[in-house]
Design a protein around this ligand. Sequence first.
Ligand SMILES: Nc1ncnc2c1ncn2[C@@H]1O[C@H](COP(=O)(O)OP(=O)(O)OP(=O)(O)O)[C@@H](O)[C@H]1O
Ligand SMILES: [Mg+2]
Length: 544
Amino acid sequence: MPRKHLGVVTDGAFNAGLTVRLDSGVSTEEMRIGDFVVVEGERNLYFSMISDMELRATDPRLTADPPRDVSPFIAQALRGSLTYATVQVKPMQMMPLGEEDDFVVDLEAPRPVRTIPMHLATLAEANESDFRTVFGAEEMGGKYFAMGTPLTMDIPVCLNLERLVERSNGVFGQSGTGKSFLVRLLLCGVIRSRVAVNLIFDMHNEYAFGKQSEDGVFVKGLSQVFGRSKILVYSLDRDAASRGGGRSADRIVRIGLNQIEPDDVMLLAQELDLPATAEATIGLLGDRHGERWLAHLVTMAPPELEAFAEESGAHPASLAALQRRLKRLQRKAYVVEQGDFNLIDEMVMCLEKGQHVILHFGQHDSPLDHMLVANLITRRVRQLYREKVERYEETQNPADKPRPLMITVEEAHSFLNPSVSRQTIFGTIARELRKYHVTLMVVDQRPSSIDDEVMSQLGTRVSGKLTEERDIDAVLTGVGGRSFLRGALESLDTRQQVLLIGHAVPMPVVVRTRPYDDAFIAEMHAGDGRPKDAAQAISELFDA
Ligand SMILES: Nc1ncnc2c1ncn2[C@@H]1O[C@H](COP(=O)(O)OP(=O)(O)OP(=O)(O)O)[C@@H](O)[C@H]1O
Ligand SMILES: [Mg+2]
């Protein structure tokens, strides 16, 4: 398929990008910043993006004294003679051209740009096969997942799910930009392709079961998309056990006071408004009662409190204050005095078998519940994964190899803000990369509130519109070509448009997110997502 000719390269520099004079018949209004174009050099094809546009005049008199009230006809006549437009183009990937024709091109993988084309190289609109060459296509194998289409074209743009789950990722965007929809899409892709198993903290009750969307449409949850054999729902909410219509949970989770560690409580210092002396007091309680410290504290009668303060040297008033605050935990319906890890251990066994687990919070959806439960469960899960990996390293037996696990967590700043990210298990997982085969998908509307160090570890970032400078900076941490990506982020629509950057895509790209609707869900049921063999995939590609 020939590409539409747009202009020729007239100027450029490796770092600054290329200046292309547009053909007189091509209007700047046909293009958008961030559009994907191809520069055809003599030896290479350059996959590039439009980063800027400029209007120019050949005759300074035109700018100094522009004619008034020109008819469209005159304006058209001036175009190309007195007036012209240039676009600034940033090469992102290049591919050596084949000997005779560009057919050969489709077989080689694109690589990072190391050079630039000479003057008069042509700029052309990217066609479908260019998109396939760069981003892959779903027909090429289950690891490719179409996220959407470029804003001005109707061509699927894929991300590579195997690469996605290799590192921790982030989904960002202001409220209402479609993060939860993106997460549903990504999870569907990961589940269908089986590149990882998922543990999903469903903090706002939107992933396990269906939910009414802002437009009043009923949106299916993952358990309805994939069925209960693949998705297990664990709930904190007792009522969720008895609901009908496929909306009941498989297991009800209980947390024992004995399972809550001093670090879990310190993480909640702000939520619980703990006194400044809390850490020291908890230390004294721990020395005395071990894992039963909290159960003891919340049940001590005033004389016992006094006695304990006296013998341990704790400050009586702060001990009493601590007790009052921590009774809030005891009053939670899902907290029991004595709990064990059987349920979480079973959860990990299910994950091992390839089932996906959603932790449904139900009516317990305050930040306090999120932080307490997600941290506690994740700590245990990671510990078990760590043991598995260590066993596998010893035996090298393929049967012991743990499946990669991706943990999805919304409101990620609660766990990953700079003041807590060093203490939470989520911070640890983000930092240790995929050493224990566990990665995160963090979802947040304020990326600037997440620790920089964590942000810089995120392999793939998917972001909807952001307007605050700090948030944009955070999403672009450690990414090259920031100034133009910043423009792309700011100019997104407020819904269903995202910038994809990082490990799972060969170059940053802006897409209109594909709809999560009945057609999509039917597609998830269709193929089993297993990669076809390479020869078949390639022959199909060229038949298309
Ligand atoms: N891919 C999509 N398919 C269908 N509808 C979408 C899609 N993306 C966004 N929408 C629409 O945008 C609305 C907001 O999306 P969503 O609830 O995912 O936003 P959000 O970023 O998670 O917001 P919040 O930060 O408040 O949780 C949805 O109710 C839906 O109508
Ligand atoms: Mg949401």
